[in-house]
Design a protein around this ligand. Sequence first.
Ligand code: FEO
Ligand code: CA
Ligand code: CA
Length: 642
Amino acid sequence: MGGHDEKDKWIVRSEEGVGDTFDAILERRLSRREVLKSATIASSVAVIGSVALGAETASAQRISTPQFARVEPTPPEFDDIKVPEGYYTRTLIRWGEPLSASAPVHNVWEQTPEAQSQQFGYNCDFLGYLPLPLGANSSTRGLLVVNHEYTNEELMFPNYDPKKPTRNQVDVGIAAHGVSVVEIQRAPDGTWSYVRNSPFNRRITGETPIRISGPAAGHPLMQTSEDPTGTVVRGTLNNCAGGKTPWGTVLTAEENFHQYFGNFGKFDKNDPRYAIHRRYGMPAEQSERGWELYHSRFDVAREPNEGFRHGWMVEVDPYDPNMTPVKRTALGRFRHEAATIGIAPDGRVVAYMGDDAVFEYVYKFVTKGKYNPSDRAANMNLLDEGTLYAARFNDDGSGDWLPLVFGQGPLTAENGFNSQAEVVINARRAADLVGATKMDRPEDVEPNPVNKKIYVALTNNTRRGTEGQPGTDKANPRAKNQAGHVIEITETNNDYASTTFRWEMFIIAGLPSDPTTYFAGFDKSKVSPIGAPDNVAFDNAGNLWIATDGAPRAIKYNDGLFAVPVQGPQRGNLQQFFSSVAGSEVCGPEFTPDNRTLFLAIQHPGEGGTFEKPISTWPDRVGLPRPSVITIQAFDNRPIGS
Ligand code: FEO
Ligand code: CA
Ligand code: CA
């Protein structure tokens, strides 16, 4: 595809809509740098040197800057992946592959829920690589934990009718949701494969029993006709991104759970539960997949509390295939994108989280107890007790973590809160009341282990600044924000448990020729176009890697993966490393500990097409597109980007 043609398009598009807040941001950023540079920049460069130098004699500067020949973006109909010269990709595992010796081979014409619940699920999103055995640092053998966010029935089944799904289609769909745990290994020639008969392999689906823990466990709002105890729920749904804990578990995020519940239009408006469901966006009529046609728990008019049992962070121990996953309600209920962990200097565990919807909030949870590196079992229930906070981004570049604690401030019976259970169940309302900042769809919020700063991906918000909606502010500076932005947070004293922080704009995404974009002050003529940042990751040098979801709409290119240094003269020099296929988003970037393998989840390839009229045939080039996990490696086995 002609790169020059595409480049011309950027210039034309750049003449649309010029934001007027950019100068203010730049001005503020520059003045703040004067204050911060001696402390934070100097100390983080020193950290990079000590972490990354190792046996090699290279300057911190060279190591902190990714080295690769960037790929050029591809137009949305382009149906192949691209990596830089010197790199290759392989498909590691695809939708439908059997996860045990006895599991059936996938047959798209004769799908059953029994088969699907033993096979790799649909729409892979979060990827967590956990070395085997537990406690090792292996980059050649490990467990891959994969979220299966949602299903595209129109691509999975022939002659699918969304108004009248069959019982079998519904049940296959439920079984294709959830999580896969799969053992993977790297052969001496570099080839990765999954171990079909590994005892670690596991599927968690929309039917798997999940324990409910924390303040909401057992609360009357969590009780249903199927579970009068309010402590066990069937299934985890819409598992989007996630995070790994230092004790070797995975946190999987229940994001757009509301879409599975139908018939809210029939709900009694005088019922006090009505306002909560409304705040969380329950659909009025038949749900998108019609599961309530066959399963009353998804009919909110018939089972009014089931919806309260979704929208949580779920902890899974991939090293124990018999473990019952746990919904950790202390972390609040919202459309969770992910939860990523930092350890505070005093040992408390901090989980950073975003609520991925327009005008929703950034949160963090700080445990009461402390992480114990020498006693795994002692950490297993750390996430049940602590303090949930929502973020306020002040226009002067300061920030506050506002506690969502029952009885404190406005979170009292006067405002409808009678317990911490009610605060976490209705966390959005609690965050409204304390005055948190309404953001442009918070996706991953992740601490960088090298410089200790936290990066907040805000994917887009085209309603910002439109009639009747909140206007721009310094942290969400662009009206009709289609391409999103990335904010950098510095906690006070670099302490993840701090209740105050400083923040600055890192990237305002889009076509570099668009005057509203900003790349940390770096020369925009040298960077790649990027739209709709979603998942983030860090390499061992602390460079930020950003995967996107929504670039075709935002900038008329396929989604991709991008690397950008966060400090030094190359700070903001964002370059495209990977370009994805038609209809897909790029998810879950995850490195092996040695950085020599990069895993990516290619989610919903061919979305926009149908089973009968596909717009993608990736990755098999025959038949249906299949959501798949790929590996990316260098031909000479060097660490990615070095
Ligand atoms: Fe499922 Fe926020 O992306
Ligand atoms: Ca996401
Ligand atoms: Ca997304």
